[in-house]
Design a binder for this molecule. Sequence first.
Ligand SMILES: [Zn+2]
Length: 375
Amino acid sequence: MKTVVEYLSDLVRIPSHSALSNRPVTDYAARVLRAAGWSARELPYRDAAGTEKVNLVAAPPGQDASERDVDLVLMCHTDTVPYAADWARALDPLIAGGMLHGCGACDVKGFLACVLAAVSAGNSSRPAEGLRVVLTAEEEIGCIGAAHLAADHVLRPRRMVIGEPTSLAPARAGKGYSLAEIVVSGKEAHSAHPGQGVSAIFNAARLIAKIEELAAQLERDRNGFFDPAFTTLNIGTIEGGTAKNIVAGSCRFQLEWRPIPGQPTDSVLLSVTELITHLTATHSGFHAEIRPVRQQPGFETPADAPLARTMEALSGKRAVSIPFGTEASVFAPLAEEAIVFGPGDMRTAHSSRECVPVKELDEAVSIIGSLVRST
Ligand SMILES: [Zn+2]
């Protein structure tokens, strides 16, 4: 039996950015789980590029991994984001200053290592009935593996703990994530004769100014458990035009919004569609199309939900909200209670600063161990 640091070091050494097959990670975890007497059920699929991806559902000794209605799922993704070429030790874990550094150290191989250590720890008390460890593929590119599990009705959990770095605070609410692409079309012309064309960039600017007003309106609908307390939106990229002396024929931009729980994921989409309809009616030559790319709802588990209380008691920390998207947006609608929890701080993730405090790894092993053995 290995220590949590050894499990995590092994996992960091496995390259696992989302484009690769995640099978080496699920195979590693399945080996550890099976050595502890667990059964593991593979649910493979092919991604858009034809690469094999594996979701894994594992059950404790004596329990059936194919049962759909279960009590408690510990869910964890197996992919990481790609790392920068100049991060020499991305896959070569380094322990320094009480931190383990490496790609995936906190997002989210740290949590996976803690689950493996907790499950394989020699403990006389049996895991609770209806417990599952579920590993997913392709979370970082849109929770695709989790969406497969939900669409195939593989699991209907009563309670879920989803691994993501929260510095060991139980997160009981998270905003959703939605993304759309907007293309504004105009008509190219020599810039000395603008009247012969329609500037897609000027028209995009008209629409963007309206979207900024919409952002201000969204601040009225508030959920005080979040900071900021309202749905935020952002135009993160814009591109258009071909040359300084050509009236721009096309301009496209990406609009992202993070809805507070309870707000429909498409409310901004519908509002922007209305703005486009209005501008089309009032400005001759205005033409724009909006295409939804992603729509993930937020989630909120009540403050007095038993799982929230249990995780607060085990961690010694008050429940928090998280500003980032997680697989809770896929599974919270199916589960009665969902909590996001794990060692490390998301502010180090997705960068060459990624690390996890070794002390938090040890604490998480004991918290997870208590959770899976409590009834
Ligand atoms: Zn993650």
